[in-house]
Design a protein around this ligand. Structure first.
Ligand SMILES: C[S@@+](CC[C@H](N)C(=O)[O-])C[C@H]1O[C@@H](n2cnc3c(N)ncnc32)[C@H](O)[C@@H]1O
Length: 228
């Protein structure tokens, strides 16, 4: 019974209330782990570059940064690669900081959607849809529905990226503070399958400090090309 209660901790209002109190800084969006950003971005660059080299790799026209925070990933990863980057972020204070944080290249930032992923309906087709350190705020059924919407919002050869913490215990672990969950690898794989997505590449982020969750990157494409 206790275990069941613990797993019900994703609460959308509580998560938003938590983030509303967090300053719009690098350390803020990374929960005091701002110092891992460079290593994280470097791993993501390598992962993304390997996808551009695929025979049917994505174009570099337009990317979507989902749960963008202050635009850390937009600035350091997506803007250098893509002509345009749209962002979605529910917290007004973070969203307001993005253009300032991206700085000189902010002309590449397109739409700024103030929205939660579970309520989001992408309006255009994207070459890359980047989801990082945000999917733990979604309930499983909403996550599947959201990934299906992302699947339908991919341009030709487009790819969905998921970069998330995974548990080592093989179980879902709940964080009562920000009302999120961390999923085990097998649960992500099940969720991707339910959304009719297949993994074309999977990689564990290296060089992270000890004592934090392992971080995995997944590159996902529609199982049935005819459905996009
Ligand atoms: C840990 S931060 C990560 C930010 C960014 N992805 C990064 O890696 O720098 C989590 C972000 O998810 C946002 N968030 C929380 N719940 C969300 C939801 N339901 N839909 C979209 N974003 C959400 C928060 O406002 C916050 O900006």
């Amino acid at each position: 019974m206790m275990e069941m209660q613990k797993l019900q901790t994703v609460d959308y209002d509580k998560s938003l209330e938590y983030w509303a109190e967090i300053p719009a800084t690098l350390d803020g969006v990374l929960g005091g782990f701002g110092f891992i950003s460079d290593v994280d971005i470097s791993g993501s660059q390598q992962f993304l570059e390997s996808l551009f080299l695929l025979e049917k790799g994505p174009r570099k026209e337009i990317a979507l940064d989902c749960g963008a925070g202050i635009g850390r990933i937009s600035k350091n990863l997506l803007v250098p690669f893509f002509n345009r980057v749209d962002v979605i972020e529910p917290d007004k204070k973070f969203l307001s900081e993005i253009l300032n944080y991206v700085g000189a290249d902010s002309y590449k930032i397109g739409a700024l959607y103030q929205n939660s992923l579970q309520d989001f309906n992408p309006e255009r087709k994207y070459d890359i849809i980047w989801n990082q350190w945000v999917l733990g705020y979604l309930k499983d059924d909403d996550l599947v529905k959201y990934l299906i919407k992302c699947r339908n919002a991919l341009a030709d050869n487009g790819i969905i990226i998921v970069k998330e913490n995974v548990t080592s215990s093989g179980k879902v672990e709940a964080d009562e503070v920000d009302s999120s969950i961390t999923r085990p690898l097998k649960q992500f794989i099940q969720i991707f399958k339910s959304a009719n997505l297949k993994r074309i590449k999977q990689c564990k982020q290296t060089n992270l400090p000890n004592g934090i969750y392992p971080v995995y990157m997944f590159a996902l494409v529609p199982i049935n090309e005819n459905t996009i």
